[in-house]
Design a protein around this ligand. Structure first.
Ligand code: ARG
Length: 459
């Protein structure tokens, strides 16, 4: 059969042009959405009396059979039919005859493809919220197990103040919580129907866009037909949100990689999530977090790629816009792969509590607290800072930590020190002293875990 748009042409399309302009190799991913959109469209054409009920029935039956063949992998896509929309329409016409040609009444591929993309992302966004919740659950589970695990907290990757390991994990729960909120916020814009915009200006047929919206479960309809077919903001938003999620995952990846090094030995990833070296028998490499860290780049690339495609693009549809798809599919695949692996990897991760404790015992991360102790005794904070700086220097020069100093040694630096300093310096005391909402004290972290568990149980 010839081209669906062949009428005004006197020559065959150049083979290279066909190949270059076709999108079927990747937009076949939209087959389900395309058929769903067509079913709603044809039902509306029937309801509005634009097509007789009999034709509508024939087309519906044909579309369902085409979908069955697609699902069974039996439909042979052809590059000469360019894209998923025309491949499906061609298959429909082959199945039911020329009446299949009535499906495209009052519609353009421009509003059709936009509708497919909205349908596609609407489902994906819901799936991603579920995957993020799964990861939060794994993190909260580990946090609950580590309510008594104290670990150095870092700034500048230098030990700063001791914190609960649970508190550190719960920071990621908050980060992924914002990611969930962002996806949910974007939902209402994805949940807007472009169909009915026609090629750009609307259509001469008395269609009912709100009926189609209802059929497809869309909350809203685009207000402006040019905007409806030109808008790819909803994809950009998704790519931005995916980039931020990957950025979060890459930060966690980096920490997992560091923590599982011999230098830290804070955690051990389960064997099932690591790989070995072909030459060094002792190696157990954290490939999954490394690859997630690396793949963050391609997700950013997909965002910047589409931003650049859309820059300066005149209204309405331009073929450039076909470039919105591969990056989006790639981001969906990359992000879901990462999230699907991260949840079980976190859940099965072994936490080396002893090693974390050892690290806390051998550092000066309790120094702020003796400064605060002196402030409690009336010394201005700046002077206290100076005194403790000198005390720490003394320790370093003498190979000691603060808890190793005798009271006489402490008193060399300030008369205000007394025996109670030894309790103040205990890591538990230091952690529990930060008893502010959102702080690392055990009761605060336990409450935060409780809130997160309740929120996760709600859905
Ligand atoms: N394959 C096209 C795309 O993905 C569908 C829309 C084509 N519209 C057109 N007027 N050529 O963008």
């Amino acid at each position: 059969m010839s081209k669906l748009w062949g009428g005004r042409f006197t020559k065959q399309t150049d083979k290279l042009v066909e190949e270059y302009t076709a999108s079927i190799t990747f937009d076949k991913e939209l087959a389900e959405e395309d058929v769903r959109g067509s079913l709603a469209h044809v039902a509306m054409l029937g309801k509005q009396g634009i097509l007789p009920a009999e034709d509508v029935q024939t087309i519906e039956g044909g579309l369902k059979r085409v979908l069955e063949r697609i699902r069974a992998g039996e439909l042979d896509y052809s590059v000469s039919d360019e894209d998923i929309h025309m491949n499906i329409e061609k298959a429909l016409i082959e199945d039911i005859g020329p009446v299949g040609g009535k499906l495209h009444t009052g519609r353009s591929r421009n509003d059709q493809v936009a509708t497919d993309m909205h349908l596609y992302l609407r489902t994906r966004v819901v799936e991603f919220v579920g995957l993020l919740r799964g990861l939060q659950e794994a993190l909260v589970g580990q946090a609950r197990e580590n309510l008594d695990t104290i670990v150095p907290g870092y700034t500048h990757l230098q030990r700063a103040q001791p914190i609960l390991f649970a508190h550190h994990l719960m920071a990621y729960v908050s980060m992924f919580g914002r990611d969930i909120e962002r996806l949910q916020d974007s939902y209402k814009r994805i949940d807007t129907l472009p169909l009915g915009a026609g090629a750009l200006a609307g259509t001469t047929f008395p269609i009912d866009r709100h009926f189609v919206a209802e059929q497809l479960g869309f909350g809203r309809v685009y207000e402006n037909s040019l905007d409806a077919v030109s808008d790819r903001d909803f994809i950009l938003e998704f790519l931005s949100h995916a980039s931020i999620i990957m950025m979060h995952l890459s930060r966690l990846s980096e920490e997992l990689i560091l923590w599982s090094s011999t230098e830290f030995r804070f955690v051990e990833l389960d064997d099932a999530f690591c790989t070995g070296s072909s030459i060094m028998p002792q190696k157990k490499n954290p490939d999954v977090p490394e690859l997630v860290r690396g793949k963050t780049g391609r997700v950013y690339g997909n965002l910047v790629g589409l931003l650049t495609v859309l820059k300066s693009l005149p209204l309405a549809y331009n073929k450039d816009m076909q470039e919105d798809k591969e990056g989006m599919f790639d981001t969906v695949k990359t992000l879901s792969g990462a999230l699907r692996l991260f949840a079980p990897m976190i859940a099965t991760m072994k936490v080396n509590k002893g090693q974390m404790r050892e690290a806390v015992n051998k550092d000066f991360s309790n120094a702020t607290d003796i400064a605060d102790f002196l402030v409690g005794k009336g010394l201005p904070f700046r002077q206290a800072h100076e005194v403790i700086g000198k005390t720490v220097l003394y320790c370093i020069e003498n190979g000691k930590f603060l808890l190793d100093l005798s009271i006489e040694e402490f008193r060399q630096f300030s008369e205000l020190f007394d025996e109670s300093i030894y309790d103040v310096l205990q890591p538990e005391t230091v952690v529990n002293a930060r008893n502010v909402y959102g702080g690392t004290a055990r009761p605060q972290v336990e409450a935060a875990i409780g809130r997160a568990e309740a929120a996760l149980a709600e859905t």
